[in-house]
Design a protein around this ligand. Structure first.
Ligand SMILES: *[C@@H]1O[C@H](CO)[C@@H](O)[C@H](O)[C@H]1NC(C)=O
Ligand SMILES: *[C@@H]1O[C@H](CO)[C@@H](O)[C@H](O)[C@H]1NC(C)=O
Ligand SMILES: *[C@@H]1O[C@H](CO)[C@@H](O)[C@H](O)[C@H]1NC(C)=O
Length: 329
């Protein structure tokens, strides 16, 4: 009897630990493989917006509950502490372990000197309450001094600091953001470790077909920020179409029982992009992940592509006279 009990306890313990080691809770979005072998979930919660104090702490927790495994932030957004607390809340609740998550943050323009990169990343890690990030990006090829004035530090120098960050294990993968195709080419020819990612604005008014195709040719994954373009309200007083109620998008959405936003996000996924929709609304962020029970046809992808006007949501013209400004002037 005792033996049987002991055996039963042993068995239960075994099961417990076995299951314990496999509590890896897969997210709802699939992963794709980066050029360094690491895997990245194709939907990230974006946090690039000014909000009330703890809104993103709550949003991060809701997102993880909903099945998001990728969170995108940046030193610039000044919300790394909130994002970090949301992550800590989710881990404390037993929803996930750190290594179930993929956390991206970015180096701001005023820390581009090679020997500033690792210290800047350590400060981000401290604010996030993490030992490493999964992905660290140079936020922009433009360098600025602490007072915001133009600096002529070359992003190839900055990249050498990024390579050190990866070698130290502080960032599992490294990449860039807002780089144009000639800058990527130059970086490719001046690096030991190739950038894994380029994060750029992609949406129906800014489809970026040539740059996306160039990145993919180089083996660089593309993260699409501002993926909903002008479907959500922006500062622009006279936003170009498509808007949320665009008849072409509504017709496609009705066919699948989805919203026009979901159709646009799915359009970007069909193009092989990693999307970063941002929301602090629980229902909305759940919808932004509910994209994996339908597919668009090649024809529908082409139709949405015809909205392109090369008009950006993100207005960076304030940097247009700075060295290495990446966009059309
Ligand atoms: C990079 O190197 C390749 C191979 O040497 C060369 O063909 C290409 O023109 C170079 N690109 C740039 C931007 O220097
Ligand atoms: C972008 O911002 C600049 C000021 O920094 C402003 O002059 C310009 O009108 C803005 N462009 C758009 C399209 O909003
Ligand atoms: C990329 O940015 C550089 C630096 O500002 C600029 O000289 C170049 O024309 C840009 N290239 C493209 C393809 O936009």
């Amino acid at each position: 009897m005792l033996m049987q009990q002991a055996f039963l306890i042993f068995l239960l313990y075994g099961l417990y630990f076995h299951c314990g080691s496999e509590t890896h809770i897969a997210g709802k979005a699939p992963d794709i493989e980066l050029n360094d072998g690491n895997k990245i979930p194709v939907v990230a919660l974006g946090t690039g917006r000014k909000t009330e104090a703890d809104e993103f702490r709550q949003a991060v927790l809701w997102a993880i509950e909903e099945g998001y495994r990728h969170i995108d932030t940046a030193a610039l957004y000044e919300n790394e502490p909130q994002v970090g607390r949301g992550i800590a809340d989710a881990i404390a609740k037993g929803l996930v372990k750190r290594d179930d998550l993929f956390i991206t943050t970015k180096l701001w323009n005023d820390r581009h000197a090679q020997d500033q990169v690792v210290p800047a990343l350590r400060e981000s890690l401290e604010r996030l309450g993490l030992d490493y990030v999964d992905l660290y990006l140079i936020h922009c090829p433009v360098a600025q001094n602490a007072d915001g004035s133009p600096s002529d530090i070359d992003y190839a120098e900055t990249w050498r600091g990024m390579e050190v960050a990866k070698t130290l294990g502080l960032a599992k993968s490294i990449g860039v953001s807002n780089f144009n195709s000639s800058q990527l080419d130059r970086l490719f020819n001046n690096s030991q470790i190739k950038p894994a990612v380029n994060q750029i604005e992609v949406n129906p008014t800014m489809t970026q077909v040539p740059l996306v195709s160039h990145c993919h040719k180089l083996g660089i994954a593309v993260m699409a920020c501002s993926p909903l373009g002008f479907l959500v309200s922006r500062e622009n007083k006279n936003p170009p179409p498509p808007h949320n109620d665009d008849p072409i998008l509504v017709a496609i959405a009705d066919q699948y029982g989805k919203s026009t936003s979901q159709v646009v996000l799915r359009y970007l996924l069909e193009r092989g992009l990693i999307i970063i929709p941002s929301s602090t609304n629980q229902k909305r962020l759940a919808q932004n992940l509910d994209l994996f029970d339908f597919k668009l046809t090649a024809e529908e992808v082409a139709t949405i592509g015809q909205f392109n006007k090369n008009v950006r949501v993100v207005n960076a013209t304030i940097l247009k006279d700075f060295p290495n400004y990446p966009f059309e002037s």
